[in-house]
Design a protein around this ligand. Sequence first.
Ligand code: NAI
Length: 328
Amino acid sequence: TRTPVNVTVTGAAGQIGYALLFRIASGHLLGADVPVNLRLLEIPQGVKAAEGTAMELDDCAFPLLRDITITDDANKAFDGANVALLVGARPRTAGMERGDLLQANGGIFGPQGKAINDHAADDIKVLVVGNPANTNALIAQRNAPDVPADRFTAMTRLDHNRAVAQLAKKLGVTVNEVKRMTIWGNHSATQYPDIFHAEVAGKNAAAEVNDEKWLAEEFIPTVAKRGAAIIDARGASSAASAANAAIDHVHTWVNGTAEGDWTSMGIVSDGSYGVAEGIISSFPVTCKDGKFEIVQGLEINEFSRARIDASVGELIEERDAVQELGLI
Ligand code: NAI
């Protein structure tokens, strides 16, 4: 029998946590033959609710779920972690300036990065979901100097999946016919969903759409502002779709992208496509054997260049702000 994989989830008592844990435990994160131990990290006020969720996990009698640990101690939560999903974050509240938001999150992701550095398993893979996800991932990564930088990733898979769904709807095809979608930049309203390299049933998506006005005025804003539209409709932010994207992100990272396709992940930039080296920005990537590579050689037209640059510019500002605050 296989050794269980240790999966740490922070913010386990939150709404994404609730949508996420049952799918991890039922084998959707890593595969239907991989047993898991769950390590749930919460703040002290969240521990009791996490214990309630753990009772429900027990009650599912999941064949793959071996052990559940619940703690408010990051050192314990990340001890031996193979996969870490950093979901818990400090949300922006009314009147909060960006500096306050970054400072508060630095107080979470700095220590968690250090705990990962000191206690996680050698093969640790980290996905940051909690917003501002890219910069929180950067803070964690810089506080974990002994862990290879490419083990820290930020989630843009929800944006990617939203873009795939919107494009499929526009062209009247099923989502499985859409390949090679790309999200560039920040997981924020400046993100750039790029269909110029996407394919629909083997044909170029931008050519199939052939409508730049729709692209600029409908598709991009719909994808970029989808989170706000969900809050408006549901009275709460995206939870099940965010959890689903986190599952997809890690599953693809571990099990690989399909031949001829790619996905989008926020990763440490190596300078490809003129994206400032060292920031965590979303790129098109292929995954194989638990590793990813940026898709190279894509031609970036003027329309795309301006939008990639704008989102990267925002990430540089966030990096400079956390640098000034001494968080990295
Ligand atoms: P939530 O407020 O329901 O849950 C957050 C949980 O994190 C709470 O239980 C809280 O006690 C816990 N928490 C706070 N600080 C913590 C810490 N230092 N250590 C451990 N746990 C901590 O929020 P929800 O809806 O689950 O969202 C979580 C995060 O995911 C938010 O930052 C949200 O903005 C972000 N998000 C990101 C998306 C993406 O595409 N990257 C999509 C949707 C949400």
